[in-house]
Write a protein that binds this ligand. Structure first.
Ligand SMILES: NC(=O)c1ccc[n+]([C@@H]2O[C@H](COP(=O)([O-])OP(=O)(O)OC[C@H]3O[C@@H](n4cnc5c(N)ncnc54)[C@H](OP(=O)(O)O)[C@@H]3O)[C@@H](O)[C@H]2O)c1
Length: 320
């Protein structure tokens, strides 16, 4: 095909697209008496119809990107999403070899939804990883290491300020730029204490995670912020309890939650943002409910409620 005929067939396709858009627009608005505001709405609806028509069966799938997918919770989240119908899962990892070993992803390239990038190096983040994503699940985290003297520290370039603060904000920015609909962020419980006494860790990770939460909440993205208590690889045999402001309602005899449970909560949040969005909540096992499964409708409904200061200095509002 010559350049001129390629151009004219491109122009023809453009004309057809414009005509289809116009027809859909007219159908959406009705031909008579459309208000200019309704015209705008009609145009958006027509564009959405056209997108759906073009996508065909893919339109039914939710595309979910898990970052930190080779981490301990990230891997379980990725694996759980792969089992779910109607979900196309992608992973952002910083180490392709580790991804190939863990993710059962064949050649493990972008075709398989595997993208390589370092969240502390924004230019390394592939735009294609975020494009077309419905929900982004952020499971990257600064990883402490033991120094020769036996003290906890972080690798150069991998401190909480770099990974948990800037490295999360760049992901939110990429999400906004790519039109992502919803972000699930795994942060941590304990952020109400200025200096958590039980954490022998330098780097102020709680402070930086809390700041990242704040940026996400002001980003206009729909958000679900999961703030777990201590994580364990063991399957802790309890249902979950949710609360706010570091005040879980039941006495916590074993302040732990399984990574597999956190992964399940992330997946349940991602597949139904209408149920999970605008929730920011603490979550831990509930020692009063051994052996019970979670009801995620109830869990997210409770997670969305504002119920702080139950034990700190209740009642908040004095009765006259
Ligand atoms: N440990 C606890 O008791 C506890 C309690 C409450 C909340 N949390 C939080 O829960 C979340 C999950 O914890 P986890 O223990 O499952 O996480 P994890 O195993 O430490 O995984 C962290 C992930 O982040 C990735 N990562 C680190 N730096 C990165 C960078 N610069 N660019 C791209 N990826 C990077 C790591 O990649 P590699 O796989 O290549 O190393 C890893 O996949 C974390 O946010 C954690 O802080 C933990």
């Amino acid at each position: 095909m010559t350049t001129t005929s390629r151009r004219s067939s491109g122009a023809l396709r453009g004309l057809c697209l414009a005509a289809a858009l116009l027809l859909l627009l007219l159908a959406s608005c009705g031909l008579r008496g459309a208000h200019p505001g309704e015209l705008g709405q009609g145009l958006r609806a027509a564009a959405a119809n056209l997108k759906t028509a073009n996508l065909g069966s893919e339109a039914q799938e939710r595309v979910v990107l898990v970052t930190g997918a080779t981490g301990r919770t990230g891997l379980q989240t990725y694996q759980e999403l792969k089992k779910r119908a109607g979900v196309r899962v992608r992973a952002l990892v910083r180490n392709a070899t580790k991804a190939a070993a863990l993710l059962d992803c064949g050649p493990c390239g972008s075709e398989q939804g595997i993208f390589v990038g370092d969240v502390t190096k924004p230019k390394s983040l592939p735009k294609a990883a975020f494009q077309g994503v419905d929900t982004l699940i952020v499971l990257t985290s600064a990883k402490p290491i033991k120094s020769k003297s036996g003290k906890w520290t972080f690798p150069k370039g991998g401190w909480p300020k770099e990974v948990d603060w800037k490295g999360q904000v760049v992901q939110f920015e990429a999400a906004v730029a790519s039109g992502v609909d919803h972000v699930v962020l795994v942060s941590t419980a304990g952020t109400t204490a200025p200096e958590p006494p039980y954490i022998p860790m330098p780097g102020h990770d709680f402070f930086f995670k809390l700041n990242a939460e704040a940026v996400l909440m002001q980003s206009q993205l729909r958000f679900t912020i999961v703030k777990p208590c201590g994580l364990t690889n063991a399957k802790v045999p309890f249902a979950s309890q949710v609360g706010h402001c570091d005040e879980l309602p039941h006495p916590v005899t074993m302040p732990l939650i399984s990574r597999s449970k956190v992964a399940e909560i992330c997946v349940e949040a991602a597949i139904d943002p209408a149920r999970s969005a605008h929730a920011r909540f603490d979550v831990c096992n509930d020692p009063l409910r051994p052996g019970q499964a979670d009801d995620f409708d109830k869990l997210f409904a409770k997670a969305k409620k504002l119920d702080c200061f139950r034990s700190m200095w209740a009642p908040v509002v004095e009765q006259s």
